[in-house]
Write a protein that binds this ligand. Sequence first.
Ligand code: COA
Length: 449
Amino acid sequence: MTEVGIDAIEIRTGKLRLDLPGTFAPAQGEDPGKYTKGLGLNASSFPDSYEDIVTMGANAAHRLMEREGLEPEDVGRIDVATESSFDNSKPVSTYIAGCLEQVYEGKFSHANKGERKFACVAGTQSIDDAYNWIRAGRNRGRSALVIATDTALYARDDPGEATQGAGAVAMLISEDPDLVSLSTEQGYGSADETDFLKPNQQFPAVDGKRSVQVYLARMREALQDFESVADRTHSDDFAYIPFHTPFPGMVRKAALFGYRHMIRDTSIEDDLAEEIGRQPREEAFEDEEEYEDALREYMDGLKETDAYREWYDRIVEPTLTISREVGNWYTGSVHLARASALRTAVEEGRDLTGERLLVGSYGSGAQAEIHAETVQDDWREKIEGMAASLDEQLAGRYDLSYEEYERVHDVHNHAIELDGDIEELTVPDEEFVFEGWGRMGERKYRFVE
Ligand code: COA
């Protein structure tokens, strides 16, 4: 059977940077340790006044197409995953295609375009759609462009304000991919939840503490569901485990649950038994609360063992390096985690060809999805190209003062009409920019040479 998966990735960050421990925490009267140690974040990325989900998505897609030497006729499908859309009818992918058609001679008239919504899991769902389209033999040799793009802004003083971010991840999904192939096996954990939603409003209504619990519960179900169709997972099976990363502290919690699950009934559990005992089994308890207490105690012990720490540092920590510097990108976050892990492997000179990743996506509302990926022969070259572009962008970001941050938040707040000219903090250079509204309320874009 033909392998299908990710052929190439390009990442586009918002061009502004907010230092969380240095600038945001003191202004909010908070301890910087909440960011660096608790949430695991150094900085957030924000869009300048001429950037939005379309410009970031189009700029990522443009660089990807340039690097891959693609023309519009090579792309048969453009799917955008976002939870920051500004139109209930016209999909963001049409705007992005319109931008790209300004710089290419060809058109995307043959391409099927859409927009996917299921909170942060929609990017993975779009990859899924592309996978199915190719596997069904409907792609006529063409690839799919999947673009996960978001401005993850919260209302001022919402607890989520600490985890904001903005950026886009463009991915090319192809037959015989150069980067990773996707497993046919998938696991889902899905339930009607109200942990985070935007009922026709720009900023989310969010029950942050509950969303953490819902993430863990759905992820556990997805792992069990995955194991029901694939083999049982073991902590040594995967080179990296990229998770959806709303903030790195969330992944710290998820990884500990995952490790506990994967070592159950293995020699690792046996080896650790002397130090922390064996895992509590539900059937050994009559009282649910006692079982929960015993589990908590076991997890507290497990977290401190050398075996777990070494595993976490090797398998999970490398997935968090990009996220720490840019914050939450909603639909793009899990794809940043994969990119971050592969970039670390390049930096360490590791050969990953043939190794496997276990990828855990999550969207509030709520659904988790787990699948495996196999790293392909040409992964290094693809990641080197992506990393060079990303490093340049990260280093070039404009550092915001707190007052500038407040202004930028207002600029992107749809409910606020600002007086006077909106100041740009950076200078556009060979990129798509937002330039105002048209007569039907549509957004207008142009390419700046
Ligand atoms: N030094 C070290 N750690 C610190 C600290 C300090 N000075 N101050 C706080 N922390 C730790 C806390 O103990 C906590 O860690 P823990 O959860 O492991 O106990 C963490 O930092 C966050 O602090 P907390 O006080 O819980 O932050 P908060 O009340 O502002 O809320 C969220 C955190 C995640 C609920 C909030 O950011 C949010 O609503 N985010 C949006 C929703 C989201 O991303 N959900 C995730 C699932 S999709």
